[in-house]
Design a protein around this ligand. Structure first.
Ligand code: MSP
Length: 517
């Protein structure tokens, strides 16, 4: 049996509604989860909301509600987004859950027991938007206009605080970061190595000026710095500090998928906390890029914030998923617009794959009564099938294993295009009268190609791929990677399967008259 796979996303701040960046990360993670399950691994997939901290407390105050009321309302929208985007999570964690408080306190106590915590006074810069401390040397601008490296405002903070001896972990963190595969992509890893090599200061890990957080055990008036409890979510979800079956099976995590802005928390602070507590370290942290709206960051002041659920409703969930995974090289920043979604999906899904499926199934129904046992009397053209199989069984999986989704989909698309060229060259509709056995051979080739193409693209467009596989009659439990090589088509033939006239699965998208911002 392959190793179990534990995958997490960042947990989102529910200080507002979800935006396209949250959707992008959820979709990327879901493609990974579905791909790993398809490869036969046992997957545990966790996502959720990060509900404590000053940012939440201030937003609630602004709105005249309690932080808990704000969190309850907004967390609902994040869950709803995941459901609308077909995100196949196993656990949606909210950091207000009592078991999460318990896990965070247990981790705190483990770090205290290791001698890594001490009480002192914090004096320095803090960005509420990033919930991050910054060193003066990292800031740009002067006076009131000082900005963090993320471009967010910072405020001077002075308060009594517990500290974590991060400085003690510099060498071990450098070793970890230098280990191939721990922090990807390469550019982020280099940034982190430079950050750690530049020297680490101890980290302030509690706050006393507000109380919206997990209480520090044995320290009246202190709540944990929100990132301490936020990072702990990854182990809370497996039952930590109890020795549960999930804990034993799934920790250490296979992959923490996060955005590029929070790689520091995941590859420096989090491993240091785990080392201190004597726990195993995650195998990989991957920092994906940012999604921009027509090249610009979405923001309320620009008025270009788009609700990802509306995008999914307008264009279709699978079209949105396909676009985001195909258009943007994972790890880099990318941009979207209604035009680019429509253009990409029409060219590749509707006109290429959809058309291939539609033409092939229609011809089999019209000319052979949909009867697969008759189709199977012909010998398929192995040259094309070999290319399709290589793309679906080897090339796409290899790329997806490395999170190179756009490359994997490109390999898949090349196979789709090869099939369409083959249809055009062979013109099976013209062979019907002159060479009916050749027509059958062409259809025999194409139907097998379509089955493999649909199986391989399931992680990206689960709904549409399932619709194609349903039309083919492939049973739901025979659609895995391993099933491709174990005679799925022969099984259909043996079962005496007959195709029905195909329903359109990939309709063309239309651009709205006035494209929304
Ligand atoms: N709460 C923290 C994470 C704690 S994880 C222990 C946080 N939340 S967030 O809501 O601000 O961001 C959640 C995720 O969305 C992060 O991984 C972040 O990088 C990602 N994105 C936020 N905006 C994004 C884009 N525009 N594009 C892609 N992802 C972006 O950070």
């Amino acid at each position: 049996m392959p190793d179990p796979f534990y995958l997490t996303t960042a947990i989102n701040y529910p200080n507002g509604r979800p935006h396209i960046g949250h959707a992008y990360e959820a979709i990327g993670a879901d493609v990974i989860a579905r791909f790993q399950r398809w490869m036969g691994r046992e997957v545990r997939f966790q996502t959720g909301t990060d509900e404590h901290g000053l940012k939440m407390a201030r937003k609630a105050e602004e709105q005249g509600v309690t932080p808990r009321e704000l969190a309850d309302e907004m967390a609902g929208y994040f869950r709803e987004m995941d459901e609308k985007l077909n995100i196949s999570f196993d656990r949606f964690i909210r950091t207000v859950e009592p078991e999460h408080h318990r896990a965070s306190q247990a981790l705190w106590e483990a770090m205290a027991a290791a001698g890594d915590l001490y009480l002192d006074r914090y004096e320095g810069w803090y960005s509420v938007r990033d919930e991050a401390y910054y060193d003066e040397s990292e800031l740009t601008g002067e006076g009131e206009d000082r900005l963090s490296p993320q471009g967010t405002p910072v405020e001077w903070t002075v308060e009594e605080s517990w500290f974590f001896r991060l400085s003690n972990y510099q060498d071990r963190l450098l070793d970890l970061l230098r280990k191939p595969g721990f922090c990807e992509p390469e550019s982020r890893r280099n940034e982190m190595i430079a950050f750690v090599a530049g020297g680490l200061k101890d980290l302030s890990i509690s706050r006393t000026s507000f109380d919206w957080g997990v209480k520090v055990p044995g320290a009246e008036g202190h709540v944990m710095y929100v990132w301490v409890d936020a990072l702990t979510n990854y182990i809370t979800g497996l039952g930590y500090p109890d020795d549960t079956t999930d804990w034993r099976k799934f920790w250490p995590a296979s992959l923490h998928l996060v955005g590029k802005d929070i790689v520091r928390f995941h590859t420096v602070y989090w491993p240091a906390f785990l080392m201190s507590a004597g726990l195993q370290l995650p195998r990989k942290v991957y920092g994906h890029g940012f999604i921009l709206n027509r090249g610009e960051k979405e923001s309320k002041s620009l008025g270009n914030v788009t609700d990802p659920v509306e995008l999914a409703e307008r264009f279709g969930v699978d079209n949105l998923r396909y676009f985001l995974m195909r258009e943007v090289t994972f790890g880099q920043d990318g941009s979207y617009s209604p035009e680019s979604i429509v253009g990409r999906c029409n060219a590749e899904l509707a006109n290429s794959f959809g058309n291939l499926v539609q033409r092939t199934l229609s011809m089999i129904v019209k000319n052979i009564g949909g009867r697969l046992e008759i189709v199977a009397t012909a010998d398929a053209d192995e040259a094309l099938l070999t290319q399709v199989r290589a793309a679906c069984r080897e090339e796409l999986p290899r790329a997806f294993e490395e999170l190179a989704f756009s490359h994997g989909i490109e390999d898949w698309m090349q196979a789709v295009w090869a099939c369409n060229r083959y249809v055009d060259e062979q013109a099976p509709w013209a062979l019907r009268k002159t060479h009916p056995e050749r027509m059958t051979a062409v259809l025999m080739t194409l139907i097998q190609a379509i089955g493999e193409l649909a199986m391989a693209i399931q992680p990206v467009v689960p709904g549409k791929a399932a619709a194609v596989l349903d039309m083919l009659g492939v049973p739901a439990n025979a659609r895995g990677h391993a099933d491709m090589a174990s005679g799925w088509f022969d099984a259909l033939v043996e079962a005496g399967h007959t195709l029905a006239p195909p329903a359109p699965v990939f309709p063309r998208l239309e651009l709205p008259e006035t494209a929304p911002a």
